[in-house]
Design a binder for this molecule. Structure first.
Ligand code: ADP
Ligand code: MG
Length: 240
């Protein structure tokens, strides 16, 4: 579903992605770990081309990433992304936030978009908040709206970049539960997170990055009990 080959990316003189190659089959849940500044966010952002790359290739569902135009808009709709900041439209209601992109990009009629959005809000457990504004919701509820909004485009892949890092601790679980549900339904996911419980429970695969390189690529059991690199051992000793 996601195929990266020899991807390199620089910010000026900083070589932030170093020859990254990665194949993620459909339905796999990848949790990406690594110290701050290792390139996790940049890697995610290259997959829906929020960041251009210097060399290498990236394909989603067998199709190389388009550079621009309509093809890029289509790709973006196939690769959902959820960030630490929810980025909801503050002046639109919850359900309008979810209806907007399908109407604009997919040309869904309003009634159809609303029906679809209602089902999605129900799926993330906030159907009863549909007509409120984002500012009236808790952080956990807002992040669930953001997930519903991404799902409204029926993406083939979902990227999550520290989706719970900005939340109060008591709200982390409700967002992770939605993500676990998505994983169980077979969504292809890349999740950058510091939630090790989620990583152990939901990940099919752990990718550990440091300094722009994939240092370990293994199953959660092996990663958490027998990491092979000193970088991963050091990382785990600090967080566990
Ligand atoms: P992570 O998500 O693992 O913390 P990032 O991908 O955000 O890492 O960043 C990797 C490196 O690239 C860091 O050194 C960061 O400072 C740098 N970086 C990220 N975004 C930019 C940018 N837009 N311009 C310049 N440097 C950047
Ligand atoms: Mg990051």
């Amino acid at each position: 579903m996601i195929s990266m080959a020899s991807v390199n990316k620089h910010y000026g003189s900083l070589h932030v992605l170093r020859d990254i190659s990665l194949e993620v089959p459909a339905g796999q849940v990848v949790v990406m770990l690594g110290p701050s500044g290792s390139g996790k966010s940049t890697l995610c952002r290259t997959i829906n081309r929020l960041e251009p790359i210097d060399s290498g290739t990236i394909a989603v569902d067998g199709r190389p990433l388009p550079a621009e135009g309509r093809a890029l808009a289509t790709l973006r709709s196939e690769v959902g992304m959820v960030f630490q900041q929810f980025n909801l439209f503050a002046h639109k209601t919850v359900i309008e936030n979810v209806m907007l992109a399908p109407m604009k990009v997919r040309k869904l009629r309003k009634a159809e978009a609303r029906r679809h959005a209602e089902a999605l809000l129900d799926r993330v457990g906030i159907a009863n908040q549909a007509d409120k504004y984002p500012g009236q919701l808790s952080g956990g509820q807002q992040q669930r709206v953001a997930i519903a909004r991404s799902l409204a485009m029926e993406p083939k892949v979902m990227l999550f970049d520290e989706p719970t890092s900005a939340l109060d601790p008591e709200m982390v679980g409700e967002v992770l539960d939605v993500m676990v549900g998505l994983a169980k339904e077979g969504m292809t996911m890349i999740v950058v997170t510091h939630e090790m419980g989620f990583a152990r429970k939901a990940a099919d695969r752990i990718i550990f990055m440091a300094d722009g390189v994939i240092v370990e690529d293994t199953d959660p059991e092996t990663f958490f009990t027998a990491p092979s690199s000193d970088r991963a051992k050091d990382f785990l000793s600090k967080i566990l």
